[in-house]
Ligand binder design. Structure first.
Ligand code: SF4
Length: 352
């Protein structure tokens, strides 16, 4: 950890920039360096953000990718994830319904398209999909892609290798399945499935040839070490797209009322995820409005992606506020091929 004080601002700035420079030339953050980011002094934050922005700019320029969530089946889940309003142990007042019909899924895709999203995320509340849910996804994905040209990310819970193959075959580009927290902390947030179950699903998705979307939730009582371990696990799995959620402690869930975060810590988390996963898409996900608050725009110096619109069972800020923030920052929404992937391929070709 860098101990900065008003008298050594230059040291703080140069140390963070030196770390960013090393990341840009292939350095993998160590556990100690990662902890140093999370525990850095608040008065170092402008320097940390500036250094992190160099890495973001290198791989993603000034682009922002938008994702749109469709809660295709809400509530009724037999799992007991403590943070989730849709779990069997939640009394949260949320809509509960089975899989939406074709028209509603198409309506959602139209909204995603109109809002400039690159990716339409079809999410169901479930331990894993049943046969009729997989069949519905297989029917809908080609139609949505043909009509709206959207990338499809499916979030259907735990998957078998065979189910993953079927998703790949029908045109799903990536699958979301969050690790949520570290392996060590996992038992405190869920007892009905294990961290390893989640890792196995991610491996099945990878083996089927799809991209991984996997991230976590910050603020569930974990230690800084847990945040670092989760972040590094995502790095080890080479996850392409990492949603970073900040716990929205929904009334009726076991974590209701939990409030461990402040906006500056949330920014440090985003910097950690960018510096540890320089070429991955980092998305500021659920809870950004209530935890980053007025500092939301600064998060974009580390992250390059946002959900636009509402979350699964909670409200997001109006899309117009997101567009204004993106424009005010001098960033532009892109639906193009991910800059990082192209740059990574160019770098590999140059060193071959
Ligand atoms: S498996 Fe998913 S939908 Fe079910 S309780 Fe856990 S997070 Fe919620």
């Amino acid at each position: 950890m860098i101990q900065a004080s008003p008298s050594n601002d230059t040291t703080s700035a140069s140390a963070w920039h030196e770390l960013a420079e090393r990341v840009l030339t292939g350095h993998k953050l160590t556990h100690e360096e990662a902890l140093g980011i999370l525990r850095s002094n608040d008065d170092e934050l402008p320097d940390l953000l500036a250094a992190t922005h160099r890495v973001r700019r290198r791989y993603f320029g000034n682009t922002v990718q938008l994702y749109f969530l469709m809660n295709a089946k809400s509530g009724l889940c037999p799992e007991d994830c403590n943070y989730c309003s849709q779990s069997k142990i939640s009394d949260a007042e949320i809509p509960r319904y089975n899989l939406l019909n074709r028209e509603k899924l198409l309506d959602g895709a139209r909204v995603a398209y109109e809002r400039g999203s690159k990716t339409y995320c079809i999410v169901i509340s479930a331990r894993g999909p049943n046969e009729s849910e997989i069949n519905a996804v297989e029917r809908m994905v080609p139609e949505i892609k043909e009509k709206f040209g959207l990338n499809i990310c499916a979030c259907l819970g735990l998957l078998t290798p065979e189910q993953a193959q079927r998703l790949k075959a029908c045109g799903v580009a990536k699958v979301n399945h969050n690790l949520n927290t570290s392996e060590e902390h996992y038992g405190t947030i869920c007892s009905t499935h294990s961290y390893q179950d989640r890792v196995d699903t991610l491996k099945a998705v990878r083996e089927a040839g799809m991209e991984l979307c996997s991230g976590g939730i910050i603020g569930m009582g974990e230690a800084d070490d847990d945040v670092v371990r989760m972040c590094f696990s995502l790095r080890d799995l080479a996850v392409e797209s990492i949603p970073v959620n900040f716990l929205n402690p929904i009334d009726g869930t076991p974590l209701a009322g939990k409030q461990d975060l402040n906006p500056r810590y949330c920014l440090k988390v985003l910097c950690l995820f960018r510096l540890a996963n320089p070429t991955s898409e980092i998305r500021i996900a659920g809870g950004r409005e209530i935890h980053l608050r007025s500092l939301q725009p600064l998060g974009m110096y580390a992250a390059n992606s946002l959900f636009v619109g509402d979350y699964l069972t909670t409200k997001g800020q109006p899309p117009e506020a997101d567009y204004r923030m993106i424009e005010d920052m001098g960033f532009t929404v892109t639906k193009g091929e991910e800059t990082a992937i192209r740059l990574r391929a160019m770098e590999q070709a140059a060193t071959a």
